[in-house]
Design a protein around this ligand. Structure first.
Ligand code: ADP
Ligand code: ZN
Length: 826
């Protein structure tokens, strides 16, 4: 029996240490690691996670735990080990990691309520003096049900906690948890069961006789229920409209019983699926799968990089690997980028694994997510498919983790806990001795490098299924188009227009890709040259035609389009640049008879709009779909034979060492959308940089050649994978204070460098400098990028920096955030 007098708690706060509390005797029995507790911290009461039982505690004043919030633990020892790793690596507090790992909304947004028990009510009647106990009981009694907080505040002078718990233990009051605003709690559904089987036959005949005369609807419902077990009440609605009143009648007569049963919210919605026979694997797939199965069966950590062109049958490999894992009685996590979690992908998994799947994506409601999490926690399912947060699901016997499109930047969370789910998949795989499959048609430079140096096992599927051809890619030099004076709008080249026309004639479909939504990318005054910018962010505002407003794509700030330049008051304000909206408009002008749809963040704000647009494309209701990178992923659209990239240049100019990589990935992904079916595909890329290697290699679908060029550049400049980066970012409300703090950061750095020779010789420091986006959502931003090869050294530097800066940063309205392995360089 462990000594449960004290517990170690990780509070759900950005506090970089754990805290110790004393456990009152009455709570000891049910105290366990992995449960949440309510703890006092300063004047507040907050949620914390029990992470252990220390034998001795050397703290002067130790406070009591107030309550235990869970009946069973939410995480086990192995998961805790994983959380510790994450917390250390990403410089995040353990409590924040656990909070991220558990479903949102379960935390004490819950409210404790008090009410009198029968005993308490009786006692109150016989009380008449003016003691604290009677005052509190009276207050509770008058209010019938009241929040704990209310009572604690009202009687705060008397610090009533201990007393309240004593009253509960004496059976005078109930203390219960109620979800505040009912954020998440189990959903229930009413079921009905007939109770007349137990009655003697003559009674039954008599009852039904009376019933038939007075209440025909009740009779009909009762007869309907006769030969059935319990049924959900909503199932009666098909035959009986508004059955509730009759049901209540039957219940009062004792002929049926109505119960509330817990049900799961179903995030799969209408998307039903049939079982499809899995295809016979091709020889190459067979070889890849065998290697993966070997890894799974070894029960050792086995990391794979599966490089396979679009349509080469990677998903089929994932499905088989999961099947194998299930046969071994183990569990599987499949991570996918947000936008590729399409109905199509889901129905493929559902057709193999039926309801054995939990699903996680950001459009689930908190309640739906909570239900999915509980299905795993209760061991009701063995497969989880989801976006990055699914890496934390509470499986205890993992066999494989799949990371599809492993290069996708959405695996990196860009706020609070800045983790990479792709990297954590490898960590979790290692901790649980599982196989990890990273798959992509355009692997990240880091992963491919790792597959070349022996860190990952390289696997490849270099051709499409059934040797279908990859689409032919043509590049149009827009500089020449402009010179020839053809393209006054700069939107379409002659070649693209001709190709669209031919495709429309053949009654096939077209995707047009542009990586920017809106109508015009900026508004410029032609007289003084000033561009209208967002007041909160240092970026230009984008003109959106259908709402006739300027929008900031970072903070959603919006304003009317001014008639005059705000700087010089001249009328020469004009819009420049392209967006999906202006492309759509132009398409309608040039092809008035084509049916056109647009898919970007503006047109997909509603829950299923994304699916609906794709469905209309699939059903042949749309000829031309125009969109941002949302259209580049996931769907297998067999009638799309032409893909046009309106401008390949938007991503090339980014001040980011990954700009070429992003461009190559984007172009390859979007090109991969063409010719997925039996019809051959064609891709036309318009660009002002036709010679750039990321565009040239995308033309020949040649990842390997692209890799060879790009890796040299990385080596020369000592960028990842040859080094690791940590970005120290300073954010502040005030420009001057933010700069002052950046200066201090520099001083601290100098100081640390002076005292540690290794920091001096093995690390590179870039900055502190103003971040490329100087202002974002109202915050001024500075950053210092640190480069190094030795992760331990980077970490000890980070820890020291954090400690030293915490002392100096206090009260300046400035925060320091640390981004390990940053993806967002802006
Ligand atoms: P990827 O994930 O690499 O894009 P998929 O696994 O989606 O490739 O395969 C592309 C298409 O080929 C899908 O429609 C899939 O059902 C089909 N497919 C996969 N493997 C086979 C096979 N062995 N035989 C026939 N069709 C296959
Ligand atoms: Zn803004």
């Amino acid at each position: 029996m462990e000594n449960k007098r004290f517990i170690e708690v990780a509070p759900s706060l950005p506090l970089h240490k754990t805290l110790y509390y004393h456990v009152p005797k009455n709570l000891r029995q049910s105290m366990e690691p992995g449960k949440r507790v309510l703890i006092p911290l300063g004047k507040r009461k907050i949620t914390g996670y029990v992470v252990g039982f220390p034998q001795k505690v050397r703290v002067k004043e130790i406070k009591d735990v107030l309550d235990i919030l869970d009946i069973s633990p939410l995480f086990n020892r192995d998961e805790l080990g994983f959380y510790h790793w994450v917390s250390n690596y990403y410089f995040s507090s353990l409590g924040e990691v656990i909070k991220t790992a558990l479903p949102q909304g379960i935390n004490i947004e819950t409210l404790q309520t008090l009410s009198l028990t029968k005993k308490g009510t009786d006692l109150l009647a016989s009380y008449d003096d003016n003691q604290l106990t009677s005052n509190i009981l009276t207050e509770i009694g008058q209010k019938k049900e009241v929040s704990l907080k209310y009572i604690v505040n009202k009687f705060s002078a008397d610090n009533p906690y201990a007393l309240l718990f004593r009253l509960r233990d004496e059976g005078l009051i109930n203390i219960e948890f109620k979800e505040k605003r009912k954020r998440v709690c189990p959903k229930t559904e009413a079921w009905v069961q007939q109770e007349i089987d137990a009655l003697p036959t003559e009674d039954l005949t008599r009852i039904i006789g009376t019933l038939e005369r007075n209440a025909p609807k009740q009779t009909a419902i009762l007869k309907h229920l006769l030969d059935k077990n319990k049924v959900p009440i909503h199932s009666l609605r098909k035959e009986f409209s508004n059955p509730w009143k009759s049901l209540r009648g039957l219940e009062e007569k004792g002929l049926i019983s109505i119960t509330q049963e817990e049900v799961y919210r179903d995030p799969f919605g209408e998307e039903k699926c049939s079982r499809i026979c899995p295809p016979i694997l091709e020889r190459r797939q067979e070889a890849v799968l065998n290697r993966v199965i070997q890894g799974i069966k070894s029960e050792k950590f086995s990391p794979f990089l599966l490089y396979g062109v679009t349509g080469s049958g990677k998903t089929e490999i994932y499905l088989r690997a999961v099947e194998e894992v299930l046969q071994l009685g183990k569990e599987a996590i499949i991570l996918v980028p947000e936008i590729s979690l399409t109905a199509q992908l889901l129905s493929r998994f559902r057709s193999r694994f039926g309801n054995n799947i939990a699903l996680f994506h950001s459009r689930l409601s908190e309640g739906e997510r909570y239900d999915q999490w509980r299905r795993i926690h209760r061991k009701e399912v063995k497969v989880a498919i989801g976006v990055r947060s699914a890496i934390f699901v509470p499986f205890e016997n993992l066999g494989v983790i799949v990371v599809d499109e492993e290069h996708d930047t959405s695996y990196k969370q860009d706020e609070r806990l800045r983790y990479s789910a792709r990297d954590l998949a490898l960590v979790r795989g290692k901790l649980t001795s599982s196989a990890v499959i990273l798959g992509s048609a355009t692997p990240s430079l880091e992963s491919y490098y790792n597959s070349q140096t022996g860190k990952f096992v390289p696997l490849s599927l270099p051709t499409r299924i059934e040797n279908r051809p990859l689409p032919s890619v043509e590049i149009v030099d827009m500089r020449q188009e402009v010179r020839r004076g053809f393209s006054d709008c700069f939107i379409f080249s002659r070649k693209l227009i001709d190709a669209i026309e031919e495709t429309l004639l053949r009654k096939e479909q077209i995707l047009l890709f542009l990586n920017r939504r809106g109508f015009a990318s900026f508004i410029l005054c032609e007289r003084c040259g000033s561009i209208i910018k967002c007041p909160n962010c240092s970026v230009s505002l984008v003109y959106h035609l259908n709402v006739k407003s300027l929008y900031c794509h970072y903070c959603d700030y919006s304003m009317q389009v001014p008639d005059r330049c705000p700087e010089c008051n001249d009328k020469a304000v004009r819009s420049f640049g392209l967006g999906t909206e202006s492309v759509a408009l132009e398409v309608k002008k040039v092809f008035p008879n084509a049916r056109v749809a647009r898919m970007d963040r503006d047109t997909t704000t509603r829950k299923n709009s994304h699916h609906r647009i794709l469905k209309s494309l699939e059903n042949g209701e749309v000829d031309i779909l125009i969109g941002t990178q949302m259209i580049t992923k996931g769907h297998d659209l067999s009638r799309v034979t032409l893909v046009g990239v309106v401008s390949a240049d938007t991503s090339l100019g980014f001040p980011d060492f990954r700009a070429s990589e992003r461009t190559f990935q984007l172009l390859t992904q979007v090109a991969g959308r063409a010719g997925r079916g039996d019809l051959p595909g064609r891709v036309i890329i318009q660009t002002f940089n036709p010679g750039h290697y990321s565009i040239q290699q995308a033309k020949s679908h040649n990842f390997i050649e692209f890799y060879k060029e790009e890796i040299n550049f990385r080596r020369e400049l000592n960028y990842p994978p040859f080094s690791r980066l940590v970005n120290f970012r300073i954010l502040g409300n005030d420009r001057k204070k933010t700069k002052e703090y950046a200066d201090e950061l520099e001083e601290i750095t100098k100081d640390l460098l002076e005292r540690n020779e290794k920091y001096r010789s093995q690390m590179e420091f870039l900055g502190p400098v103003v971040a490329p986006l100087e202002k974002l959502r109202g915050k001024y931003r500075w950053q210092m990028m640190v480069k190094g090869q030795n992760p331990d050294l980077l970490h000890s530097f980070g820890k020291e920096m954090l400690q030293k800066s915490a002392l100096r940063i206090k009260g300046k309205g400035v925060t320091l955030s640390i981004d390990v392995d940053p993806i967002n360089m802006l």
